[in-house]
Design a protein around this ligand. Sequence first.
Ligand SMILES: [Zn+2]
Ligand SMILES: [Zn+2]
Length: 323
Amino acid sequence: MKYAACASVILTVLLAGCHVNLTVDTPRDSAVIETREGPSAEELAATTRVVVLGTGTPIPDRYRAGSSIAVIHRGEAYLFDVGPGSVQNAIRARYKHDIPSLYPSQICCVFFTHMHSDHTLDYPELAFKLWWRRSRPLQAFGPAGLRQMTDAMNAMMATDTRLRTTGAQPVADPEMYQVNVTEISAGVVFQRDGIRIEAFDVNHGTIKPAFGYRITTDDRTIVISGDTAYSEELIDKARGADLLFHEVISDTGLARNAPQWRDYHRQAHTPGNELGRLANIVRPKKLVLYHGLFYGEPEQGVVDEVRAVYDGDVVLADDLDTF
Ligand SMILES: [Zn+2]
Ligand SMILES: [Zn+2]
């Protein structure tokens, strides 16, 4: 009932024919700085959980932040992309779902699928959010271009880091805003403590490299498509997955586009009917649609497009959904 704390409760009292509205403001929880030595015993014992932090696209959407999916394993949060708005959603998810590793300065790692802005714009937000309270640097993995983006981000924030480290602010480690960057190619890019993360090439038109990720933990296999057209490589990597998170573009929405845009989207994204065909081959335990390009079509229509050719379990994710 934490959210009740931020609600304004309206009590309607009916008294012998007279009608009175009483508004009672209940206090919100105060924002706090969270630090921890490491995950609790409870976090270490928990099964793998996935929290969707952003399901959007470049198109401004009042309900959906930019692309971001968090895999929570043994008290660590591994983020896949950080599209605009997703770090604020991580804060919401931290309290809504009681996941301490989603507190921004506790987030250990981010893996980028590709360098498009709808997947990267919250990278500075993640790296610089309360950086002076970090106890370890953020780790970032992604395609070529990530180093350049990180250097440019540090240059952009140089005044902030100078002001905080040369004045009266008691900053324990003035280097903690620095991100440990690894530019990757396809293959196993991370392995630790019962989690294995493999990047694989997908087919995002002329945008190369573009990766999908296969995440294997002690209890689950999760595959994240990133942005891709129909991909044989993804089919191969997604076999046996418990959860397949896949992008989609509405068939009917696609038809609303001008011819050049239709051509571009066909090269770069997966229409609903083709995703259904792909899902029939992969047969994941659950197919979760995200990064949906609807172009004004009713959102559920894209689920119907997939279901028209696929009879398995399929849902369209919303921000903050957990799996
Ligand atoms: Zn995208
Ligand atoms: Zn893209």
